[in-house]
Write a protein that binds this ligand. Sequence first.
Ligand code: UT7
Length: 329
Amino acid sequence: MKYKAKISSFGHYVPKKVVNNFDLEKIVDTSDEWIRTRTGMFERRYAAKGENTSDLAYNAAMNAIEKSSVKYKDIELIIVATISGDHSYPSTSCLVQKKLGLKGIPAFDVSAGCTGFIYGINIAKQFIENGTYKHILVVGVELLSRFLNWEDRNTCVLFGDGAGSAIVSRNERGDISEFIDGDLEADGSQDDILVQPAGGSAMPASEETVKNHLHTVHMDGNKVFKLAVKSMQSSCETLIKRNNIRITDIDWLISHQANMRIIEALGKKLKIDSDHVIVNIEKYANTSAATIPIAISEAIETGKIKRGDMLLLVSFGAGLTWGSALIRY
Ligand code: UT7
């Protein structure tokens, strides 16, 4: 390793429109009580008509840039993690590059479901450590409200729109901040428990696929729930062991916000005090690749997370994919 990496800043953006559980009661056979007790969610945001994934990503990117001393012209690579991009191609990262006016620098998307942001920052870390780049913009963004089946109460109440971002930079001598370690894992044999079945080469769009809601999120919630807790626990333990730290060294656990019960079960298994766990699921529901950077960015804004704090980030999602990151902010 030639250099060390760090995170210069986090940013986020959520659309203005707020939809709460009572609003959903009017659309689908559900109740505030069920959603709240089974998931911990109360509100979520939906993008406005004409507001697209790249717009959310651009706003989150600008927010991270404004909060950092890095000038946007110093950004050398853009990585966007999403499964709900503007198009199948071109990539959403290219659209963000256009909006930022950074013509010429490389840009690519990462498809790792809700683990996308963790994959993105770990990829960025490699480019920093081998000396290729000094500043990389990573965005986790989703606009899943346009990929939901409003006749399926098992899934449609769970997701929201939003974007979170980070600038991954070279750690200069004397910097307290350091991106210490990361862990990435996947299991493609469980491809069918969290999937958008149609729209790809396996099932191209047809009248039939649209009629049968096959362009939307399909999830076996129970299976995903169990695997999420187990996999996130093992990924966190891998980093804790490999870096020879104790759970009490972690100031903040920031886990994917998919279900309050998953977050609590993970906290219990890791034996981390709930006072050290960041939760915002009640406000934004599951924004997939965006949950972690949104939660961190907000917690920095409110003064909860401070420079020098030890952060453990962990996520789980479609693929299946999971992974974590150990960061001294
Ligand atoms: O972000 C990627 C990773 N995703 C996740 O990690 C999500 C993981 N899974 C979960 O969070 C949970 O499994 C869910 C929230 C999706 C479901 O919670 P659950 O406690 O596992 O509920 P269930 O699927 O076992 O369903 C229990 C009951 C069913 O009724 P019956 O069959 O017992 O009569 C469902 O039909 O709850 C019913 N139900 C609902 N009722 C009212 C399911 N969705 C709803 C709803 N409103 N929205």
